[in-house]
Design a protein around this ligand. Structure first.
Ligand code: MG
Length: 366
C-alpha cells in the first residue's frame, strides 16, 4: 500500500442539533435535542473517516467543536496508522486545559474519525483491528425510561423491550423524589418486565451518601438489580461502602476522564462494574487502556451510550460486559445497528461501518 494513501490531507468539524420527538427530563434537566460534534478526516486517497460525540444538551458543544477544529489542523500530514501518536500529540498540545475536561471532548470525535479512516484504508472493521474477542455483546435497553415518563408509558416501553428480547432495562431515578416513590416505580417496572429481566436503576449522581443508603435499601427490596451512580463519582470510599452494603451491583464510571482516575477507582474497589464513556475518556485510543485496567482488576467493563461505536470496543475485550442501547444518532445515519434478541453485533464493515445520511447532516447543521 502506498504511503501517501495513509496521510491525512484535511479534517473538518461541524455542530449538529437534532430535535428529539418527545422532550424529557434527564438528570434534572430538560432535554429537547441531541447535539453532535461531528469530525471528518480525509486521506489523500479520498477516504473519509467520521467520528462524533453526542450530548442531550447544547452547553459548550460549540466550544468543544471549536477546540476540535483547532486540534484538527494539526492532524494534516499525519499517518492514519499512527493513532497513538496522533492522540498524544494533540493531547500534549492542549494539555494545559487538561487532562480531561473539554480537551477530551474535543479529542474524541477526531480520534474516532482517525480509527474509522484507518479501518476504511485497511478494509477492516474496528473490532477486528483491536483484536476481536467476540462477535456479539449483551445489550440492555436504556431509552424512553426517564423519571419524567408516566408509569403507563414506562411499562409500555419495558414491554416493548422485553418482547424484543432484552434481558435488562434501565430506569433513571429522581434526584428529589422520596425513596418510597422511586421504589414503587421499580415495582411497576418489575411488573412489566417479568421475573427474568433485570431492572437496573441509574441515580445520575443525584444523592448524598445518606440518601443513597436509604434509597438503595428500598430499591433493592423492590427488586432493582443494578444501582448506577448513586453518589459523586469521586467519593470512592462512599461508593465502596455502598457496594459492601448491597447485594445488587453498584456501578458507575461514565464521569471519569483519565486513566489515573480509572485506576484510582479500581484500586479503591469502589465499583462492581465500570462504565466507560467513549467521549469523556477522549476516544478509542485511551478507552482500550482503561478497559485493560478493568481486566487487571477483574472488573467488568460497560460502555456509556453511543452503542454503535461502543459495541466494536466491547467486542474486542475479554471483560466487555454490556452495551447500553441508547440510540441518539439514528437520524443522521443510514444504518444505525440494532440489537437482536438482546445481543448487539458490531457492523462488519471497514471502520465503524456507520454511513452518514448527508441530507440529514445538512438539515441539522448549525
Ligand atoms: Mg448513567
Amino acid at each position: 500500500m502506498r504511503e501517501r494513501s495513509m496521510r491525512i490531507e484535511s479534517a473538518s468539524v461541524e455542530v449538529l442539533k437534532i430535535p428529539v420527538g418527545d422532550a424529557y427530563q434527564a438528570a434534572g434537566r430538560p432535554v429537547d435535542a441531541n447535539w453532535h460534534v461531528l469530525a471528518r478526516v480525509r486521506t489523500s486517497d479520498g477516504v473519509e473517516g467520521v467520528g462524533y460525540i453526542v450530548q442531550p444538551r447544547g452547553d459548550f458543544m460549540r466550544t468543544i467543536a471549536s477546540g476540535a477544529a483547532e486540534l484538527a489542523e494539526h492532524l494534516v500530514g499525519m499517518d492514519v496508522r499512527d493513532t497513538e501518536a496522533a492522540w498524544q500529540s494533540l493531547a500534549r498540545r492542549a494539555n494545559w486545559v487538561g487532562p480531561g475536561g473539554l480537551l477530551h471532548w474535543s479529542l474524541a470525535p477526531l480520534d474516532i474519525a482517525i480509527w474509522d479512516a484507518l479501518g476504511k484504508t485497511l478494509g477492516q472493521p474496528i473490532f477486528r483491528m483491536l483484536g476481536c474477542y467476540c462477535h456479539k455483546v449483551v445489550a440492555y435497553a436504556s431509552d424512553r425510561m426517564w423519571y419524567s415518563v408516566p408509569v403507563d408509558d414506562l411499562q409500555k416501553s419495558i414491554r416493548e423491550y422485553t418482547d424484543a428480547g432484552y434481558d435488562g432495562v434501565k430506569l433513571r431515578l429522581s434526584h428529589t423524589a422520596p425513596a418510597a416513590e422511586q421504589a414503587e416505580r421499580v415495582r411497576h417496572a418489575k411488573d412489566a418486565a417479568g421475573p427474568d429481566v433485570t431492572v437496573m436503576v441509574d441515580a445520575t449522581e443525584g444523592w448524598s451518601y445518606t440518601q443513597a443508603v436509604e434509597a438503595g435499601r428500598v430499591l433493592q427490596e423492590a427488586g432493582a438489580g443494578w444501582l448506577e451512580d448513586p453518589i459523586d463519582h469521586q467519593d470512592y470510599i462512599g461508593l465502596g461502602k455502598l457496594r459492601d452494603m448491597f447485594d445488587m451491583p453498584v456501578t458507575g464510571g461514565e464521569h471519569y476522564y483519565t486513566l489515573a482516575q480509572t485506576r484510582e477507582c479500581l484500586e479503591a474497589r469502589a465499583l462492581d462494574v465500570i462504565i466507560l464513556d467513549l467521549a469523556r475518556v477522549g476516544g478509542i485510543t485511551p478507552w482500550r487502556k482503561m478497559a485493560a485496567l478493568g481486566e487487571a482488576y477483574n472488573v467488568p467493563v460497560c460502555g456509556h451510550v453511543v452503542p454503535e461505536v461502543h459495541v466494536h470496543l466491547l467486542a474486542s475485550v475479554p471483560v466487555g460486559d454490556m452495551v447500553e442501547y441508547m440510540p441518539r444518532s439514528t437520524e443522521i445515519l443510514q444504518n444505525m445497528p440494532e440489537p437482536s434478541g438482546g445481543m448487539m453485533a458490531p457492523l462488519d464493515a471497514p471502520g465503524h461501518g456507520l454511513m452518514l445520511d448527508e441530507g440529514a447532516v445538512t438539515r441539522f447543521r448549525l
